[in-house]
Design a protein around this ligand. Structure first.
Ligand SMILES: NC(=O)c1ccc[n+]([C@@H]2O[C@H](COP(=O)([O-])OP(=O)(O)OC[C@H]3O[C@@H](n4cnc5c(N)ncnc54)[C@H](OP(=O)(O)O)[C@@H]3O)[C@@H](O)[C@H]2O)c1
Length: 376
């Protein structure tokens, strides 16, 4: 693996700093940590240079809303990893990456970002750049889990993926932009599921079409509502024998799920600007006040189909106690494949559909994700 130079936008944020640590542990890459505070970037760079060999980290000031600043920051870099809560500036970051001639990876869930990047596909291909979008846990892993189980069937008929994120929010410090982005995503997502051979819109933002999944580990049976992930779009075409697939997101706590999110969704539709701050505050309060242990983050695929003429089922559960580690680990597992050139190719890709899943699973397990597989 050569010494690539990677710039992490949001490099001292919760997810960004874990990506940085894992990259230093797993690769020889040189890192630039960027954000709007040079002090925070410098402090973390010094700390990481003390902890890891090679003096490979520097800190810089970069603002995703400032194109000239981004141009300077991207100069001499191989790839930008967007781990900042800057989905609203996705255009600036992606266009500047193309202009300067560097590769790109992001970890945000944002329908606007997805349509923007899709509209740039031919420019990305013409420029010969590798753009990987929707990195992380979700987005990032649901479709990869379907690819993983699909190889064990002659005919895959059903593959539903669900997640549980139980975090001790009271102990977390989130940037205001991150909290707002989080709430905007969770109150305005597409809720499509693939049933009886076609994509269907779920009713009332999925609240009437929830499923329950047994996640085990003290989380037991939980409800989860359909949340469309771009990475799932190609799944029914890839496996035409599938009659049912989709991604379902689990709840946070009863108060936030059934009271705050529906209220925030209505207020944000009616008054997008004026309601942003108060609804974000309300959500932060609800998460901090009503979230109770056990804490942990899980992703599970429940699949069914035919193998050697017999019906079988395969359930795969991925678990990490820390949701941020569980976001950073798949990003770095994907980057290991990018850095050795095996998935570095021109075009726009989603993490879940560009990675080789067997290696992804092995690398994630080595980095601390607990994997349970049950075949019946
Ligand atoms: N795919 C997944 O599974 C997954 C999971 C978790 C989170 N995420 C996403 O990851 C992103 C980061 O989440 P987080 O919880 O790590 O956030 P966080 O801890 O609040 O960190 C956000 C980082 O972004 C930086 N930032 C904010 N505005 C910026 C700007 N205009 N220019 C440059 N940097 C800026 C912040 O630094 P300054 O404010 O000092 O500039 C900070 O370093 C969010 O978009 C979140 O939705 C994805």
């Amino acid at each position: 693996m050569d010494n690539k130079k990677l710039l992490i936008l949001g490099g001292y944020g919760n997810t960004g700093q874990l990506i940085a640590r894992l990259l230093l542990q797993e690769t020889n890459a040189e890192l630039i940590l960027a954000g709007r505070s040079i002090k925070k970037a410098d402090n973390l760079a010094t700390l990481l240079n003390d902890r890891f060999e090679g003096d490979r980290v520097t800190g810089i000031c970069a603002d995703a809303s400032d194109v000239e600043n981004l141009k300077q920051a991207f100069h001499g870099v191989d790839m930008v990893i967007v781990a900042s809560s800057t989905a609203e500036y996705a255009k600036y970051v992606a266009v500047t990456a193309l202009e300067v001639g560097i590769d790109y990876m992001d970890i945000q869930y944002s329908t606007e970002k997805t349509s923007l990047l899709k509209s740039m596909t031919s420019e990305i291909e013409k420029a010969g750049r590798c753009f990987i979008t929707d990195g992380g846990f979700h987005p990032g892993l649901p479709a990869a889990l379907v690819h993983y189980v699909a190889q064990h069937y002659d005919k895959l008929e059903k593959a539903n993926v669900g997640s549980v994120i139980k975090v001790n929010w009271a102990r977390l410090s989130l940037a205001e932009s991150t909290a707002y982005e989080f709430m905007a995503e969770l109150t305005d997502f597409e809720s499509l599921v693939f049933k009886k051979g076609k994509w269907e819109k779920a009713r009332l933002q999925g609240m009437l079409d929830y499923i329950t999944m047994d996640f085990g580990r003290g989380f037991d049976r939980q409800y989860a509502v359909p949340m469309f992930m771009e990475e799932m779009r190609c799944i029914p075409e890839t496996y035409p024998s599938l009659s049912e697939t989709g991604f379902y997101v689990g709840g946070f706590n009863w108060f936030v799920d059934w009271l705050i999110f529906p209220l925030a969704a209505i207020l944000l539709k009616l008054f997008p600007k004026r309601a942003a701050k108060p609804t974000t505050k309300l959500m932060s309060w609800g998460l901090k006040t009503f979230s109770k242990p056990p804490y942990g983050t899980l992703l599970k695929v429940e699949s069914a189909g035919i193998k050697d003429g017999k019906p079988i089922t395969e359930d795969v559960t991925l678990y990490h106690e820390d949701g941020y580690m569980f976001t950073a680990i798949p990003v770095v597992a994907c980057l290991l494949q990018y850095l050795d050139g095996s998935i570095k190719k021109p075009g726009l890709w989603t993490q879940a559909n560009i990675v080789e899943t067997n290696r992804l699973m092995k690398d994630m397990e080595r980095m601390g994700v607990d994997i349970t597989i049950q075949v019946q």
